[in-house]
Design a protein around this ligand. Structure first.
Ligand code: KG4
Ligand code: ZN
Length: 343
């Protein structure tokens, strides 16, 4: 248990294609979490269409906040602070959540807290459903692997809100590689869940795709494995119109998961981490969850499935620690579309 002051945080997330609002107590207990997904709208375009995303956020943001309060049976009077995703993300999308949060803070007199979206992903491992047995709280020093659609990085967390970025992807993010490979195998959008499903009936040892170990660094690279799937697919298509998509998906997934796992383990040992944390959209991947659960001596924290992809509960959890540790923002806070975790 944390000995920080108790507080209920209402958070808003609108950095990409989900409009979300959640209420979290003391950084951990989820009182409500509402996510309005735009996935079906963007699937038509094969990816997120920024202008359409911001217009959808405008339509969804008020209903989503109202639903989060109603589901928790609370009013703004029961809330201690408003947290909001400041960046990184799509500028036009971030602005919608930011303006809503500022309006709520101004109208209610509550303090405002700006949260980095990547920090939010890491804190999703603190959150849990209020009616669930409380999972163990992550302990520092913590080796944190963040794997999302836009980012792949290893951070050493030595305390709350304290990050040492050890390495990041030099090209594609892991989620981006899943999305691109899914597209070239005609599996649709979003690619991660589609690859996972297709891989379930596949033989992961049929194709030996390259692993970029980048020895001596904690960086990642996934463009090579993606290109290798592309070349293999082209060759196979010359011989037959019937692609072995299950084996291709399974072999690709295996290559990515193996690199993410081994590099995280090496870094955890090198920096004397006590525990491991895996978060971000790709942490929903079953093969990745399995390998981290089964093949390490470290205690591993992975968010519950509903909190792996974008949501506001993670922003509320991170927002709680920011608020409790005195990092509140002013009403003139601006969105930071390219903001990354402090180096
Ligand atoms: O964290 P997130 O929702 O958004 C960003 O902040 O980027 O991550 C989205 C990414 C997408 O690339 C999606 O394909 C991937 O997470 N993803 C998965 C799975 N579910 C989502 N990748 C692999 N396996 C999954 N089950
Ligand atoms: Zn995200």
């Amino acid at each position: 248990m944390t000995d920080l002051k108790p507080a209920r945080i209402l958070a808003i997330e609108s950095s990409c294609d989900e409009t979300a609002c959640a209420i979290v107590e003391n950084g951990r207990a989820l009182l409500s979490s509402v996510v309005a997904s735009q996935m079906e709208i963007h699937a038509r375009y094969g990816g997120v269409y920024p202008e359409v995303a911001s217009r959808q956020h405008v339509l969804s943001v008020i209903p989503v906040v109202e639903q989060a309060l109603a589901q928790a049976h609370l009013t703004l009077e029961d809330i201690d602070a408003i947290a909001v995703t400041q960046g990184p993300g799509l500028a036009g999308s971030l602005v919608v959540g930011m303006n809503m949060a500022k309006g709520l803070a101004l109208g209610s007199g509550l303090p405002l807290v700006g949260v980095n979206h990547l920090e939010g992903h890491l804190y999703s491992a603190w959150a849990h459903d209020a009616d669930e047995t409380i999972p163990a709280e992550p302990q520092f020093p913590l080796m944190a692997l963040l794997v999302s659609g836009g980012h792949t990085e290893l951070n050493l967390m030595t305390n709350h809100l304290t990050y040492q970025r050890l390495g990041a992807t030099l090209d594609d993010a892991a989620g981006e590689a899943f999305d691109k490979v899914a597209r070239l195998l005609d599996l649709g959008y979003p690619g991660g869940p589609a690859i996972q499903k297709t891989a379930e009936e596949g033989d992961a040892s049929r194709f030996r795709f390259p692993r970029a170990w980048l020895e001596g660094t904690h960086n990642f690279s996934f463009s090579g494995v993606k290109t290798s799937v592309l070349y293999e697919t082209r060759e196979l298509k010359k011989r037959s119109s019937n692609l072995p998509i299950h084996d291709l998906a399974a072999s690709f997934q295996h290559a990515v998961v193996e690199v993410l796992f081994k590099k995280t383990m090496d870094a955890a040992r090198e920096f004397g981490a006590k525990e491991i944390l895996v978060a971000g959209g790709v942490s929903a991947n079953r093969a990745l969850r399995q390998i981290f659960r089964a093949q390490t001596e470290f205690p591993v924290h992975i968010p519950q499935l509903s909190l792996c992809t974008d949501n506001a509960a993670m922003i509320a959890s991170a927002g709680y620690f920011r608020y409790a540790l005195g990092h509140t923002a002013q009403l003139d806070m601006d969105v930071l579309p390219t903001w990354a975790l402090p180096a």
